[in-house]
Each structure stands twice: as C-alpha cells, then as structure tokens.
Design a protein around this ligand. Sequence first.
Ligand SMILES: NC(=O)c1ccc[n+]([C@@H]2O[C@H](COP(=O)([O-])OP(=O)(O)OC[C@H]3O[C@@H](n4cnc5c(N)ncnc54)[C@H](OP(=O)(O)O)[C@@H]3O)[C@@H](O)[C@H]2O)c1
Length: 494
Amino acid sequence: MKADNNCIVIFGASGDLTHRKLIPALYDLYKIGRLSENFSVLGVSRTELDDTQFRQKMREALIKHEKSSGEMLEKFCEHLYYQALNTSDALDYGKLVPRLDELHDKYHTGGNTLYYLSTPPSLYPIIPECLAAHGLNTEEFGWKRIIVEKPFGYDMKTAKELDVQIHRFFEEHQIYRIDHYLGKETVQNLLVLRFSNGLFEPLWNRNFIDYVEITGAESIGVEDRGGYYDGSGAMRDMFQNHLLQVLAMVAMEPPAIINADSMRDEVAKVLHCLHPLSDDDLKNNLVLGQYAQGNIEGEEVKGYLQEKGVPADSNTETFMAVRCQIDNWRWAGVPFYVRTGKRLPVRVTEVVIHFKTTPHPVFSQNAPDNKLIIRIQPDEGISMRFGLKKPGAGFESKEVSMDFRYADLASPSLLTAYERLLLDAMKGDATLFARTDAVHACWKFVQPILDYKAANGRVYEYESGTWGPSEADRLIAKHGKVWRKPSGLMKKKV
Ligand SMILES: NC(=O)c1ccc[n+]([C@@H]2O[C@H](COP(=O)([O-])OP(=O)(O)OC[C@H]3O[C@@H](n4cnc5c(N)ncnc54)[C@H](OP(=O)(O)O)[C@@H]3O)[C@@H](O)[C@H]2O)c1
C-alpha cells in the first residue's frame, strides 16, 4: 500500500540522521513505488541553504548511499525543498506557512503533514509549541503527525514533562515515538514466530524456559559523538528504549489482533510487570562498565576516556548487564539477563531462549540446554540448537543446529527499519511506535537503576574487544548460567 499524498517536514535537516538515514529511506521508498508522486520533503534547520543547495547536499548523500546516480535520483531530488529558520523562535515559524501552503497545493496533499523531529532533544518540547503558534498542528485541513526521535526524556521526570508539553499541542494519536529497533524485520518476526506457530507458544513460559538472554553489542566506540554519549551512557542510549522494547516483544502476551491498540496494550502491560529493582537487588544484579584501550579485530583502539568530547574523569557507563524479572504468571522465576556495550568483540543484537534441560539424565552425557537464538542484527535469522546422537558406538550426544537466515527470504523490496517506520507513519499505523504508557513503564523501571548508579557510581573498566568486565560473567555465573559469546555471523557458528 502506498503512503498518502503528504509533505514531510524534517527539523534538523542539516544534521547527520537526515542525510544518513531519513533521506536514503525516503529515496528507497520512492524507488520501489511506495511513495506517490505527490510527496514533498521540506528540510528545516538554522543553516542558511536554498532548495538547490539542500538538493545538492542530499544528492551527494544519496550517491554515497547508493553509489550511483541517475534519472530516478534526479526525479526524487526535485521533491526536496528547504527552509532556514531559527528553530527556537516561534515567530520565525511563520515562514513555514506560505512554504507549506505552496507545497500542499502543488502536490495535492490535502494538507497532510508529517513532522519529523531530528534535532537535539532540547528542541522536542519547543517545536510543537512553535508549530501550534501558527495553527500547523490542527487537523482541520489534512492529518498532522509528529515523529519524535530518541531520546524521549532524560529520566522519568523529564519524560513526563516532555509528554505533557507535546500533548498540549498534539493528541496521542498524532504522536509517533520512534524506536528504530521496532522497525527491524527480525523484531517483528519474533511476533510472527511466537504467534503464528503452534510449536513455540506452548513452550514459551516458566514451565519450559530456564532463562532468557538479550544482548545488544557494538564493536564501535563512541566515534565522534563522545559529547552526546557522555550525557547518555549505555543505560539511556540502548537499554531504556531498544532493549526493553525487544524484551517486551519476547515476553508480551498475544494480542487479540494485530493493530496499534491491541499490540501496544500488551507491550505496556508486560513492561509494567517488570519487577522493580531495589538497591539490594541492584547490588547483586547490575554491572556497569567503561571500555579501556584494547584490540578489536587486530586493530588497537583507544579507551573511552581518551575519546574526543569525553571528560577525562567521566564515570559514564559504556556497558551494562542486568538481571531482570517479570512478575506475572507466564514468567515468574525466569530471569532475563540483558547486556549491552560498546567496544565488545562483535556487533550483534540477539535474543537467546534457553530451555530447561530434561528432568532426568538418561545418557551419561547430555547435550547442553536447547536454545532458540533469534538474531536481530546483523545476518538476521533464527537458529535452533539441540542435541543429537554422535554417530558411532554408544549414546554420546552432540549439539547441532537448524538455521534459518533471513537473507534467504529477502526480496529486493525488504524494507529497512527507517523505511518501514516512515511508511507506517505516513499510513497512520502506529503499531510499531512506542505509546506513552510503555515509555513511562520503561522509565519507571530504569529510574531506580539511574539513582543507584548516581549514589554508588561503581563502573568497572574492561578492555576493548572483550565481553565487558569479568563482574558481568560473575553476575550470571552466580546463578549457574553463562553468557553466550556470539560471533558476528550466524553461519560462523559458535
Ligand atoms: N544520528 C543518528 O544515527 C541517530 C540515531 C538515533 C537517534 N538520533 C537522534 O536524532 C536527533 C538528531 O540526531 P543527529 O545525529 O542528526 O544530530 P546532529 O547531526 O547534531 O543534527 C542536529 C540538527 O538539528 C539542527 N538544529 C536545529 N536547532 C538546533 C539547535 N538549537 N542546536 C543544535 N542544532 C540544532 C541542526 O542544524 P542547524 O545547526 O542548521 O540548525 C542539525 O540539522 C538527536 O536527537 C539524536 O539523539 C540520531
């Protein structure tokens, strides 16, 4: 289904996200015919550019993205426009009114407008108010939707304040809080795997599952975003949003039907069941780390404190591992071990479901526990690990695997996360966007961890290229478990 005719207004159009992700995603949608010819993009930021200069910058970004130019690219660039304005001055937003009138007329959009906030978060509360000052939020003439990038708040208090402020000018049905993890095929596939097969769901509970591991590992450091990252850390950058959303997909109850309300009801419900972690719990169940220099794939890399933009005495965590529990009938007693970090040996995001071992060992040597490994990125796929008999005499067992790689299904029209989510927002489908109650539930769970860190502050050093501080291994070993040490590719099995 094509997107409605509409105008997409990107605030922060001179920034990194716009040229690296948003414009390439829109271009790819255009190429495969998911955008009608009646769309336009109006880039907005303070930098003085005219339409021609903006098109040239985006053209260069697209050539870099696609490594080719051509007629299609030129046709797409004709849909791009630019308006410079002072993004914190409500009066200046008056400049948008004639620009938008002209674009709505030219592209027969009926007034449909999608605002994308890709600016520093300090502007998220300001832009909606400035738009409203000129009536650019009202739906009398076409729909008006607003996509808000992460981070949605800095803590519980600021997340609530931001919500109150945006709700003054936009209703909940107009607000799309983007978490690009939810746009990933494999995350959505988790739902299909769970809810469209009779095989897995009967086993998907505390009776059969021993524990769940969720890993979001990056091999890169903070690169040139040290200043931003230092104010955020692994907890806010990865855990509070992406990994808790993945956890919700693993743990939620089946929705009655797949639509935005039903799905998001279940997501919010399970996030509200996260067992609140007290200081005592956190003493035993939380490990924070910061990378020191080391070696990744044969290359020497510097430590976090030597990165540009990072204060020499920073105590920001670039790694966290935490043991969570979900207080409901399905999951009582099943630990969820979640870890994330930078400068780990490989880039990988995966969920591992560890099934309980057999109740009685019949053979002298059993295979390890059965595992279902859901690889979210890269090399997306699913791998089932179980024991079979080693050929030959006796009954020695060996772990074997049945692997499915998503690339084997992929057609050229498989959408990337930003493509999928932009398209959904243009179609008015909020299923894969975070609702306010789910965001609050995540902050409610994370706030005591932030407070604990602020009061206790212990952040262990780990060598770049390792799986974090050894304390993280101890955290899980205390309970007789071990972290999986995945390789970068499913086909390179470990
Ligand atoms: N980059 C990513 O991969 C990524 C991923 C996920 C989320 N995000 C989020 O997306 C947002 C944008 O990220 P980004 O990487 O594109 O940031 P960026 O490169 O720093 O760009 C920020 C943009 O905001 C504009 N801007 C408008 N008013 C501003 C002001 N008062 N101060 C500073 N800049 C102002 C800047 O242009 P002018 O200076 O011309 O106004 C620029 O276009 C951030 O909130 C970030 O957390 C980014």
